[in-house]
Design a binder for this molecule. Sequence first.
Ligand SMILES: [Ca+2]
Ligand SMILES: [Ca+2]
Ligand SMILES: [Ca+2]
Ligand SMILES: [Ca+2]
Ligand SMILES: [Zn+2]
Length: 575
Amino acid sequence: MFSLTLAAFCLAPTPLRAQARPVTQPAPHPGASLPDAVSGEQAIARLGAELPQLATRHGMSADELRSELRGDPTLWLKGSDTLLFVDRPAPPPGPSDAPSYSGSIPTSQAFLLHTDPDSKKVIYLDFNGHHSHGNGWAHNIHFPAWNSSGSSASFSESELRSIIAHWEYVAEDFAPWDVDVTTEAPPIDDILGGFMGDDRYGVRVVMTQVTSGFGSGSGGIAVLGSYGSIKDTPVFVFNKGDNTGSMSASHEVGHAMHLLHDGLNGSTYHPGTGSGATSWGPIMGAPFGKTVVQWSSGDYPGSSTSQLDLYVIGGAPTNLYPDDAGDSLAEASPLAGACPDVSARSVDGVIGWFTDVDAWSFETSGGFISITANPHTPGPNLDIELALYDGTGALLEIDQPGNATHAAIARNLPAGSYVVTIDGVGKSGVYSDYGSLGQYTLSVDAPAVGAFTDLGNGLAGSGGLVPVLSGTGLPCEGNLVTTTLDSALPNSSAWLVYGFSQLNVFFKGGTMVPDFGAGGDFLPVAVGAAGSVSLPSSWPAAVPAGVQLVLQYWVQDAAGPAGFSASNGLELLTP
Ligand SMILES: [Ca+2]
Ligand SMILES: [Ca+2]
Ligand SMILES: [Ca+2]
Ligand SMILES: [Ca+2]
Ligand SMILES: [Zn+2]
């Protein structure tokens, strides 16, 4: 009896796993100022025979546009040919959206921030109010200055810090592309586009509050494809909070660049997943409060779109910045130390594409080596895998913490040359490496090799001895740097020959190493009774990095083949 009951239980049909239900919250209407907007079947009916042409303009097939209009209630048609997204509001900022200001930028700079003032493309985060009229919205509204607390008539210190944090988040989202993310108003012609040959354009992002009913009940609004429009048709962000508001800004700019929503299991927005440093979500979803928020190809289970964000943003991958470091060990870019601490090497770079790897080479005299690679804060898009290779290309160590986006390697190494690589990676079962892109800071702390290199080519003199030239000291401002000649003919006359590159030509039976012609010279020097010359000097200021100085002594010595002996050549390279 009991076993029968159990068997019946086991044979009962397995209940289907509960499916994530679409968000039941109604989609907000574009507001009183856009009374004629329609969505869904009404929009399809209004478009009628014009639908395929409009779809083409937005990089979609007719079926794709129909499917978007039917499946995404936040997509509206205004008039006969303007598609716009009216995004649902974010929940009020919670503990996960604490102020993110890092303190590295003074608040006096809040309205002077640029990621690249020389770029011809612009994303203008407009916080100080905007009169929106004569544009694709067909409204005439004075939007007030962005206000997160207190009076809207002025910006408090905490509001200025928040504005800086918003800019930092958005800058990270667009770091791979040649575009100036700025808080300073550009000339209007730098926003407008659409004319033949006009290569300066962008989008205004009005960071503001719902006004005159426009945006009522929404978190942000954008006209699809309005980036580079012939009119100043802004996108609007009403969501507040450093993380949330900035995420909305990148999201609305995404719409302006033709991006659609990344949904999940039939709901309009992917809500994000996971917790902590590797919590994740797509920018074109609504992963508020998540840390790693990336562009997406829709390559997660339950995706609503297969749109490849990276190919759509800014028009095409051709608008990416040039790569900052070679992708392979053989193409590694040198990472040199700088005065005054030449053992502490550091570089800021960008992983700009999912295939991008940045390889950096360094040399060390050996000892304890500490390597750290950190993504941008706040709002890292990049999850870093750090690897260390020796001079033969053999992998020594790899670091990629599963629950962190930074990586580090610390170990003892023998003297030699090494390569470190930085790659953006995914997190198993959560996100792929598609959108794992962004800014990083790589630091390599390793004992530096000396500044002097023996170039050989000495010429023997009296007693068959070859004079020896050596150097000590680090050529940084104010340091004692000493060159020493030994084993020369005692009490002889000598010339210190110097130049800024190697000549290496036959001379007096030996080899003249320095190219003394191009800015170099000969200096007469008396050799002491011990056959030595020591020239200590305090290293001067303002010598740039990478200057090569080539030195060699020529000593009057009858035992030499043509009346001279010569020291080895010696190279000094400034760090
Ligand atoms: Ca790169
Ligand atoms: Ca690279
Ligand atoms: Ca990781
Ligand atoms: Ca990658
Ligand atoms: Zn949206």
